[in-house]
Ligand binder design. Structure first.
Ligand SMILES: [Zn+2]
Length: 388
């Protein structure tokens, strides 16, 4: 079995995620000495991050004192920036939403007006929750485009004109705390696995106008060398009829150019269906319209052929579908399942679950909060908080 870290940050994480409820649990889980665990737990209690309360079941001898994470030791701001709307929430350190508000925006207006609106909403949610800017420990922001995670700057985002290289964290200077920015798919992926993320390997696939994938390895987001891991929308797919479709990236026959929301709308219009938005295509499919169902199922099959390759390569426990087109639910999922189970290796597919997100609207906010919390409470950061 792999060595389990017993750093103060790791001990805190074990309690936060419910893997340990007492000093004895932490000793058993990490293999560290009782003295080491107790000294670090005492530091975490002194820092107000852990609290003692209640008694657990005895397994002989004195019943253990239970440890609890003090999720009200601070709060985080979570910002879910979309193309046409923004949601801002303030949460405690367990990602429980204390107050939230949304507002329409146009991301193409550029960073200055959009981030001014975000600031207004942030003040509003803090006031509603009875909190002040000084209470904010960290800020998490999800944006609909590629981001250099280390600097929080978007990198040539195709649907965010004017945002290239803009230092988004600078807009939150008044809070005097760390700001973490990532693309919306990675953020939603964190929201899907939640705070008690079992150390699982999960792919969260967003099918909206574009197609992207958040990769969760052992409960954490995998970003790759430059932060662009999971950009599956531009994987090349073969077309059975030899047709060529040029993608917005300039290449031919990318997955999203054939099976994304825009492609679905294009094919529906070409087939003479009475629709003018992707949402209408999804609604028509939900009403059981035969030709629309077939289009959606075909898109599912195409997405499934790419996912089958990813399953063979990555062997995830779960795949979660999210985004506007995933709302089409059953017909899309049927096409995806058909292709994945037919094309992936039996060992990788045996216990694989493929589901649609339960709360697609909430996962952006919860995920942005979790991103901020995980970074704020990571090993090094906790070490610094505890340093005298
Ligand atoms: Zn492309």
């Amino acid at each position: 079995m792999a060595q389990i870290s017993a750093s103060a940050g790791a001990l805190l994480r074990h309690v936060r995620t419910g893997r340990a409820r007492s000093r004895a649990d932490l000793v058993a889980l990490t293999g560290a000495s009782r003295n080491t665990v107790s000294a670090r737990v005492d530091q975490l209690i002194a820092a107000n991050l852990l609290a003692e309360g209640g008694r657990g079941w005895s397994t002989g001898g004195r019943p253990p004192t239970l440890l609890q994470f003090n999720s009200r030791a601070g709060c985080v701001l979570a910002v879910d920036l979309g193309v046409t709307s923004v949601d801002v929430a303030v949460t405690d350190l367990s990602a429980q939403i204390l107050a939230t508000v949304g507002h329409p925006i146009d991301i193409a207006d550029g960073p200055a007006p959009v981030l001014a609106e975000v600031d207004r909403l942030a003040q509003k949610v803090l006031a509603e929750a009875g909190l002040a800017p000084v209470d904010v420990c960290a800020v998490g922001v999800g944006v609909p485009g590629p981001v250099e995670f280390s600097t929080g700057r978007p990198s040539h985002p195709p649907i965010m004109p004017g945002w290239h290289d803009y230092p988004i964290p600078s807009a939150f200077g008044r809070f005097g705390c760390p700001v973490y920015v990532d693309n919306d798919v990675n953020v939603m992926a964190l929201g899907e696995v939640g705070i008690a993320a079992a150390p699982q390997d999960v792919l969260v696939v967003k099918v909206g106008t574009g197609i992207g994938c958040g990769i969760i390895v052992d409960g954490r987001v995998y970003r790759g060398a430059q932060g662009s891991a999971g950009d599956i929308g531009h994987i090349h797919v073969a077309q059975p009829d030899g047709r060529t479709v040029v993608c917005r990236c300039g290449n031919e026959n990318c997955l999203e150019a054939i099976a994304g929301g825009g492609a679905l709308l294009r094919d529906a219009v070409a087939a003479g269906l009475p629709v003018s938005t992707t949402r209408e295509v999804v609604e028509l499919a939900a009403q059981g319209d035969g030709p629309t169902l077939e289009l959606v199922r075909n898109a599912g099959r195409t997405i499934g052929t790419v996912l089958a390759a990813l399953v063979n390569f990555f062997n995830p426990h779960r795949i979660v579908m999210t985004g506007g087109v995933a709302q089409a639910g059953a017909p899309l999922l049927a096409g995806i399942r058909e292709a994945v189970y037919r094309r992936s290796m039996p060992l990788a597919a045996r216990a694989l679950e493929i589901t649609v997100s339960d709360a697609p609207d909430l996962s952006g906010r919860v995920g942005a909060a979790l991103m901020a919390i995980e970074e704020y409470l990571d090993d090094d950061a906790v070490q610094q908080t505890l340093a005298p």
